[in-house]
Design a protein around this ligand. Structure first.
Ligand code: AMP
Ligand code: ZN
Length: 112
């Protein structure tokens, strides 16, 4: 499958890696929208939040554990935002589920 985040997960495409274990990898976004902007992805291909089901949902909880773990190393003790864009209306451009971990500035609400 021609999926850019699968290629990052299997090492075919380089990234600025922040964290990696058996099931997930976290790396700096190429086009940061905040002083800290990291993407956390499962290594297995899940297209979007619409494809989360009983079989694959465990890794989603694990992604939030990883976010909590790496937030301290990234200096985000003051807080952060986790964003998951899903589908066309959600503004998703890469169709391998990913969670944006954004921090280092105060976030606005509501999002655009
Ligand atoms: P989304 O719009 O939620 O699908 O987010 C996709 C994100 O992936 C964007 O913030 C892009 O800047 C980022 N991105 C795309 N290609 C790469 C890459 N090769 N390495 C790091 N980030 C990337
Ligand atoms: Zn993929």
């Amino acid at each position: 499958m021609d999926c850019i985040f699968c290629k990052i997960a299997n090492g075919e495409i380089p990234c600025k890696k922040v964290y990696e274990d058996e099931n997930v990898i976290a790396f700096h976004d190429l086009d940061p929208q905040a002083p800290t902007h990291v993407l956390i992805i499962p290594k297995t291909h899940i297209g979007s939040a619409m494809e989360i089901n009983e079989e694959n949902s465990g890794v989603i909880g694990h992604i939030y554990e990883v976010a909590a773990k790496i937030s301290g190393d990234l200096g985000l003790e003051n807080g952060f935002r986790i964003v998951n864009n899903c589908g066309e209306d959600g503004g998703q451009t890469v169709h391998h589920i990913h969670f944006h971990l954004l921090g280092g500035r105060s976030m606005k609400w509501p999002p655009g």
